[in-house]
Design a binder for this molecule. Structure first.
Ligand SMILES: [Fe+2]
Length: 471
């Protein structure tokens, strides 16, 4: 696979360049040299062209499979899940994945599910950009570079979510990763992820996201310093949000999701399969590539999406609409309309609302709000919240625009204006009360202790004698 490098002397320039590579065309096959299949939730069929007709006809599990392959099912839901939710894929592979030696503990210091490592902290939290170690001083691949910031719940009872940061500088040579605890939504912020899966290959750069679902094996190659965010959900798979009165189109359209095509690797060489299981990491060794799937069919697949394609819906009269209007994907809980986690973006768009304070309003929420910034500057915090950093506003914790943003927006002339050009911020909004890990609170050393100060200059403009006060 050809590896592209992108000059990154300016985050904005790099972002625009990456968009030109990854997100401007409608067909990703024209950009990274790989083939994809279009659609969210489709039933797909794919066979490596080196082995035509490798898929069995009319059945899943014939006595012998074409080309002497093994049949193996990967289940994404219970066998008995309702048909509209049922997810599974049949692999036809050179060797079944059961050929490996026993799992042993994989040492990893910063990827635990320990929500009790530090006392609860209801304060507004902001992290400065998480540093990427130099490859010469500390070689780090995607798995070893995963660090858990916050989360809640327990993968043993399949309820909860976690937020991780990854920083890495080398490829996962001879190593594959598999998460038994839930689905992973990956958001690269710097550098491109060249991902190999059992389903085929996909590349994902800043401005794109990918979802690798529970149990899917994958490996990440990188071409230099790389950083990004991960949302892990334990309960359910991600879905497109309901559109209700919006109608059949809008937000993230199903045709803009892309799934790889079969591309087998028949290498015989040592491989380490790293498995996250019940919040801990384990590894098993084997003597062949885990990416030896010659053909597959099913509806349980990894996929990617370019955020550029999000169709923004917003107010064209008055008022700031709730950020749920920007939901790309949602992982629902059992409570109607209440998410384990929503993935929400704040993309470039027009602001046209009249007589309206246009930035996000002041807010106390019954949900937790974790935010990250891929590029640019977020409209409610024009300084301090930086690409590669993050913030957490926990349940009940007040938040909103800083003093400077409030004053500027209160006095601005309300003509139609572009909002968030050159910027891509996102939010994970969860109904769970997130605990911050010891790494997130202390060991990362990027907590901005002065975050609270951005609201201190907010002053009273109250004048009981003047209903038409200038602010
Ligand atoms: Fe909020």
């Amino acid at each position: 696979m050809k590896i592209l490098t992108v000059p990154c002397n300016s985050p904005f320039k790099a972002y625009k360049l990456l968009l030109s590579i990854f997100a401007m065309a409608s067909d990703p096959a024209k950009k990274d040299g790989l083939l994809y299949q279009s659609g969210f939730g489709n039933y797909f069929r794919s066979a490596d062209p080196r082995c035509p007709d490798a898929l069995p006809e009319g059945q899943n599990n014939p006595q012998t499979c074409p080309y002497g392959l093994y049949a193996e099912q990967l289940s994404g839901t219970a066998f008995t899940a309702p048909r509209e939710h049922n997810k599974r894929t049949w692999f036809y592979r050179i060797r079944p994945s059961v050929i490996h030696r026993p799992f042993t503990t994989y040492p990893h210091g910063h990827f635990p599910h320990n929500w009790d490592g530090t006392p609860p902290n209801p304060n507004q939290l902001r992290w400065m950009p998480f540093p990427i170690p130099s490859a010469t001083e500390r070689p780090l691949d995607f798995v070893d570079g995963l660090h858990t910031l916050c989360g809640a719940g327990d993968p043993k009872v399949r309820h909860g979510c976690a937020v991780h940061i990854f920083t890495c500088n080398r490829s996962m040579d001879g190593k594959a990763f598999c998460n038994s605890d839930g689905d992973l939504l990956l958001i690269p912020q710097q550098g491109i992820l060249y991902i190999t899966t059992e389903f085929g290959k996909l590349t994902v750069g800043p401005g794109e996201i990918t979802v690798i679902q529970q149990g899917m094996r994958f490996a990440v190659d990188v071409a230099g310093p790389t950083r990004g965010y991960v949302l892990e959900v334990f309960d359910n798979h991600f879905q497109l949000p309901q559109l209700g009165l919006i109608g059949a189109n809008g937000l993230a359209n199903p045709q803009d999701f892309w799934t790889p095509v079969a591309l087998y690797d028949d290498a015989v060489k040592p491989y380490r399969i790293v498995n996250k299981f019940q919040g801990s990491l384990f590894e098993a060794t084997q003597d062949h590539s885990p990416f030896d799937v010659v053909a597959w069919h099913g509806n349980y697949v990894p996929y990617k999406y370019a955020l550029q394609n999000f169709v923004v819906i917003n107010s064209v009269s008055v008022d700031h609409i709730d950020p749920s209007i920007f939901t790309v994907l949602t992982c629902p809980s059992d409570k109607p309309g209440t998410a384990i986690a929503d993935f929400v973006i704040f993309p470039p768009r027009w602001g046209v609302a009249e007589n309206t304070f246009r930035p996000p309003y002041y807010h106390r929420n019954c949900m937790s709000e974790f935010m990250g910034l891929i590029v640019g500057s977020y409209e409610a915090k024009e300084g301090g919240f930086l690409p590669g950093g993050a913030s957490l506003h926990s349940i009940g914790t007040p938040h909103g625009p800083d003093a400077e943003s409030f004053e500027k927006a209160s006095l601005a002339e309300l003509k139609p204006q572009r909002v968030a050009d050159g910027t891509m911020a996102f939010m994970f909004e969860t109904s769970l009360s997130l605990a911050v890990t010891k790494y997130g609170n202390e060991e990362c050393r990027t907590v901005d202790e002065k975050y609270f100060e951005c609201w201190q200059p907010l002053k009273s403009y109250f004048d009981p004698k003047n209903r038409n006060a200038p602010i």
